[in-house]
Design a protein around this ligand. Sequence first.
Ligand code: ZN
Length: 373
Amino acid sequence: MSLRQIHSQDNAIDTFQRSMRLNRLSHAYIFAGIDGVGKKKTAIEWAKTLLCESPVKSETDDGVFLDSCGKCESCLLAEANSHPDIKLIYKELIRFSEKAENRKKTPIDMPKDVIDEFVVKQIANKPKKGNKVIYIIDEAEKLNAASQNALLKTLEEPPTFCVIILLTNRLDKLLPTTLSRSRVVRFGSIDENIVVDKLEDKGLDLSQAIYWARLTDGSLGKSLELSKLMANDVSLYEVKKAIAKKISSLRLETALETANSLVNTSKDIAKFWAESLENVSKSDISRRANRILLRMVMSLMSDAMKINIDRNSEIINSDQKDLIETLANAYDIDSCIENIQKVYQSMDWVDSSVNERLIFEEMLLKFTESASI
Ligand SMILES: [Zn+2]
């Protein structure tokens, strides 16, 4: 992997190349964009290039393009995720806290102690191998006010050999004081055709590839992750097709049974994730599982709304257009809007740890109230 191989993130790559050409690298950056568009990958490639022992320079129309060599010891360490000067900071580092009482915690927010112990207290430590230390703070949207305040002084005056990169999918969660001390680099969605091509290269058929590309707003990383996900030996794509069938034929008398099947599916997804994802707490995993199911349900309602507005609209569930038309007959535009709002509310409830069965039951009963059949 190298900077050149990062797709459709020209803004981030240009920012880096310009900063290197002008010798004006900032000490703090915020990479902002939806999940799965390559923020972490880009941050690691920036770091790799900064630390590379013999960076490759090639001529481009804009000047020199700097990239890592991929062969030196530093690059190999970076690729093995074990470079001592690339520090990945994530909330589950709390398990390695110096305070024994912290180690059993499963944090929802980024704990202040993680920022204190793994960033603030270590920031003065000189590079071990190269001439820079790069701190990459993952899920910066989970930095609460206390954690952001702990980080402030460091963001203001880090040692000259440090570069801090905050990764976030929610710029609005960062305090103005954090924003003003960092340079924001925006990550856009990847062009749908590129995502679809890549997914087809990985063996997905076209209709499935289009579905994931649209559901994830053009996030290649997320598409790949979700397309590989299994729930009790059934692929998530098959799960989504079954959910679409259930929701399109939803009636008052089937609402609770459908909610029950969503609860069970969510548990199956969480189980799969728990086996494959390290460093993520159980409660986070179950929230993520609930959120992905809600995202799928939301796509059905937003598709039905689009079809009600224009039968030729481009929809996410284009592979099940007949079911979307059934939904569009059952729910008029106003009902679709109400139902989409209900799904948003359900997502908020998931984040507030409301019981998942209650969330799905409430949502589906609300749908049936607004149905015209
Ligand atoms: Zn190298």
